[in-house]
Design a protein around this ligand. Structure first.
Ligand code: UD1
Ligand code: UDP
Length: 372
């Protein structure tokens, strides 16, 4: 039996690792230890309960207003202690958060091989996204297994001279998670009703624009640009703008300053995963700077406008399922109105092919490690 420690700590890692945890835990070839850093608290717990995952270890590192240094130091020390006690054969981390980088580093220091889920995403700009571009580059430097979600990611890794035999293209595990959630909403009327009942304010005759925004490099002017655009779009009167506001105080302050009380804009608390998937399905357009949502929207046939200057997920842009619109107010308004007012444009984007996987990424990861 191989012993694997799986570490994650934020909402998106939890969503994307949930199918991986489930697959490992149901496989008798592995002893699986789930260690959450608790870099996020309530947003992480929402996902753990949605997927019925009880972690074996919780490092509880989150502090209000935490710095990158706080998170790095606490996760590095906490995971280091866990690995000393557990002595695993391998450690799995996900993506580009500070939890992932610090946990992988702790494993590297103890010479425990690391598997990196969602390897090879790159903008080639260390400041966008910051600090995530650094985090993922560091993990990929020494990971023993690089689970690249797409061929594009694999090509990026090969260009960095990472040995080919370490890379496996799996698809993105977010599609596994999305399919699990969609199936539960589709097949369980009680779940569907619970989701629907959370949004009594939605009007069938108005199109829903779903928004999220939280990137550190957008704090300040970037967020302001996005929020001014939402306020202008709301004035049209034929849309409802729903924005579950991330719990980061920098985001909340700016959102309430510019958007609270604006008619047609609904600022709500972060949603559990199932109601959020329900809302994505119910939406007409999604405006976001989120990584995960850039991958989910094309799989649901929803046009996604990405409020960033660059993206490490160029596949959706190339497939015309996503448009990179930056944070300039006029540009966001113009691109959103184009989709609202031109049925032809809308059709082109919503019919684009989804490039991020088939829902079997977790199985491929487990098989690779079982056969190693
Ligand atoms: C983190 C990740 C980012 C990821 C994002 C997903 C890093 C450097 N950043 O950014 O890559 O895209 O999560 O959402 O790893 N907070 C709460 N409760 C929560 C979560 C956050 O109160 O459940 C507040 C706390 O005040 C916390 C702050 O948000 O200190 C910032 O959280 P942090 O994880 O450091 O940064 P994010 O911006 O969430
Ligand atoms: N999400 C959620 N509830 C919300 C907003 C987002 O469950 O209120 C999900 C979303 O479907 C996606 C993930 O959270 O799977 C994205 O997380 P986030 O945007 O925080 O981080 P990123 O993907 O940018 O790292």
């Amino acid at each position: 039996m191989k012993k694997v420690v799986i570490v994650f700590g934020t909402r998106p890692e939890a969503i994307k690792m949930a199918p991986v945890v489930k697959t490992f835990r149901s496989d008798p070839r592995f002893e699986t230890v789930v260690c959450v850093s608790g870099q996020h608290r309530s947003m992480l717990d929402q996902v753990l309960s949605a997927f019925d995952i009880v972690p074996d270890i919780d490092l509880k590192v989150m502090r209000p207003g935490q710095t990158l240094t706080d998170v790095t130091v606490n996760v590095l020390q906490g995971v280091s202690d866990v690995l000393s006690a557990a002595k695993p054969d391998m450690v799995l981390v996900h993506g580009d958060t500070t939890t992932a980088m610090a946990a992988a580093t702790a494993a590297f220091y103890q010479q425990v091989p690391v598997g990196h889920v969602e390897a090879g995403l790159r903008t080639h700009n260390m400041w966008q996204p910051w600090p995530e571009e650094m985090n993922r580059c560091v993990i990929d430097l020494f990971a023993r297994w690089l689970f690249a979600p797409t061929e594009t990611a694999r090509t990026a890794l090969l260009a960095e001279r990472i040995p080919e035999e370490r890379i496996v293209v799996t698809g993105n595990t977010v599609i596994d998670a999305l399919l699990i959630a969609s199936e539960r909403i589709r097949t369980d009327p009680a779940v569907k009703r619970l989701c629907k009942d959370q949004f009594p304010f939605l009007q069938p005759d108005k199109r829903l624009v779903l928004v999220t925004a939280h990137r550190r490099e957008n704090f300040g002017g970037g967020l302001r640009g996005i929020y001014e655009a939402l306020a202008r779009l709301a004035r049209r009167g034929d849309v409802q703008i729903v924005y579950p506001v991330h719990l980061n105080e920098n985001v909340r302050r700016a959102a309430s300053e510019i958007l609270s009380g604006v008619e047609g804009v609904f600022l709500i608390e972060p949603l559990e995963y199932l109601p959020f998937v329900y809302l994505m399905n119910r939406s007409h357009i999604i405006v976001t700077d989120s990584g995960g949502i850039q991958e989910e929207a094309p799989a649901l046939g929803k046009p996604v406008l990405v409020t960033r200057e660059v993206t490490e997920r160029p596949e959706a842009v190339a497939a015309n399922a996503a448009r990179l619109v930056g944070t300039d107010t006029a540009r966001i308004v113009a691109e959103t109105e184009l989709l609202l007012d031109s049925p032809d444009e809308y059709r082109k984007v919503s019919c684009a092919e989804s490039p991020y996987g088939d829902g079997r990424a977790a199985q491929r990861i487990v098989e690779t490690l079982a056969n190693f």
